[in-house]
Design a protein around this ligand. Structure first.
Ligand SMILES: C[S@@+](CC[C@H](N)C(=O)[O-])C[C@H]1O[C@@H](n2cnc3c(N)ncnc32)[C@H](O)[C@@H]1O
Length: 374
């Protein structure tokens, strides 16, 4: 069932979904040129649990990173369960922890919030290879590499914001329940990013304007549009494709503002417009296109296409005008509604397209910038 796991998690503010190394590798292979000499921040990542940390630590030299910073939130219920390193410096941490803000403020049950900062990865243990064991050696032996945070490691805390300011590129899978705030903060500090999120978030009223203004777009994505995350929660959504210790979440995607080749790929259009195949909405001066691959190549007016179109969106080929969804009436400027020829319909529930009195799924309203002559 689409998104059932994710919606349940969002409602319950359950945010423990750990991204698999294979998924990170598959996506990030397309971004390598961006990382040279850059400071990368993973700010929702327990280094001992997060494959983002491991990915950047392992590829530190090949990517030519300047620095890797990772901050760990102290509210993670699984923190410490899969430690690959003992906290040999625990007594000292405990001392520091006493000086930090009272855990009770945050409902108790907090663990240590800390940060890791790495500026070089070399053969530290002298075994002839540079790998994760060197990173482990570094964390064990270099007190400057790892230190306790005072403010719980919340990405919104001032000390995490200071680290954000220092970063060039933020890469993580942030808490699904705080996605709007998370993206808002990245925008505020004008950071480059590659993050995981629910594809549906793209039409949130806080995020969609960034899509229109080409400040956010979709990356390459997960296989089949679904991800298996390592998670302590029960997989309630799928009977098939179940993997032990994992939860399958459909409709997740990578969001970024880094240039990737995909963004310049043009969608091949083969269909031709006809009024029979592409009915006009009752409440918009736009035609309905049920599948992205059916976008007519010769139509110059406004078209309502499925949200999944955004996975194929090339700003040189198409202009995004707005969305026809439950958000539209509340979020669209009057000038945009006028351009769309929008006339409220009693059944459009906030602005969905209606055809012959029947409300349609949410649509993205676009225009082909270079339609073929009919
Ligand atoms: C979806 S999980 C992803 C974890 C990790 N980034 C990964 O992909 O494997 C989100 C993580 O954010 C942490 N988290 C929740 N609220 C947070 C906050 N306010 N600030 C920072 N991290 C938070 C959760 O504990 C959880 O580990």
């Amino acid at each position: 069932m689409a998104n059932k796991n994710l919606n349940a998690a969002k409602t319950a503010k359950k945010d423990e979904f750990y991204t698999q190394m294979g998924d990170i590798e598959r996506e990030l292979q397309h971004y390598w040129p961006h990382f040279r000499d850059k400071v990368v921040l993973c700010n929702c990542d327990d280094p001992y649990e997060s494959n983002f940390f491991k990915y950047f630590a392992l590829n530190f030299n090949q990517l030519g990173l300047k620095k890797l910073i990772c901050t760990c939130f102290d509210g993670s219920p699984v923190q410490g369960l899969e430690l690959q390193l003992p906290f040999e410096w625990e007594p000292e941490v405990d001392e520091l922890a006493k000086a930090a803000e009272p855990a009770a403020l945050y409902g108790g049950q907090r663990k240590s919030a800390y940060k890791v900062e790495i500026s070089e990865v070399k053969d530290m243990n002298g075994d002839g290879a540079v790998d994760l064991s060197d990173v482990q050696y570094l964390l064990k032996n270099d007190k400057n590499a790892i230190s306790l945070l005072k403010q719980h490691g919340d990405f919104r805390s001032q000390e995490c914001i200071e680290l954000l300011k220092e970063a060039d590129i933020v890469v993580t899978n942030p808490p699904f329940s705080l996605f709007r705030e998370y993206v808002g903060q990245l925008m505020k500090y004008e950071k480059k990013f590659i993050i995981v999120g629910n594809q549906g978030a793209i039409i949130y009223k806080e995020i969609f304007p960034c899509v229109i203004n080409n400040k956010i777009w979709l990356g390459y994505g997960f296989k089949g549009g679904a991800a298996h995350f390592v998670s302590p929660y029960q997989d309630t959504a799928t009977a098939t494709d179940h993997r032990e210790g994992m939860i399958r979440v459909s409709g997740v995607h990578w969001f970024t503002n880094l240039e990737i080749p995909k963004r310049n790929e043009e969608l091949d259009l083969v269909c031709r417009y006809s009024p029979e195949d592409y009915p006009t909405f009752d409440n918009y001066n736009a035609i309905n296109v049920s599948r992205t691959q059916d976008i007519p190549r010769d139509y110059s007016g406004i078209m309502g296409v499925p949200i999944t179109f955004l996975d194929k969106y090339n700003p040189n080929q198409f202009e995004i005008i707005w969305q026809a969804s439950g958000n539209t009436r509340a979020s669209a400027p009057t000038s945009v509604l006028q351009r769309l020829g929008y006339v409220p319909h009693p059944d459009d529930r906030g602005g969905c397209g209606v055809i012959n009195g029947k409300r349609q799924y949410s649509r993205i309203l676009i225009r082909n910038k270079h339609p073929q002559r009919p």
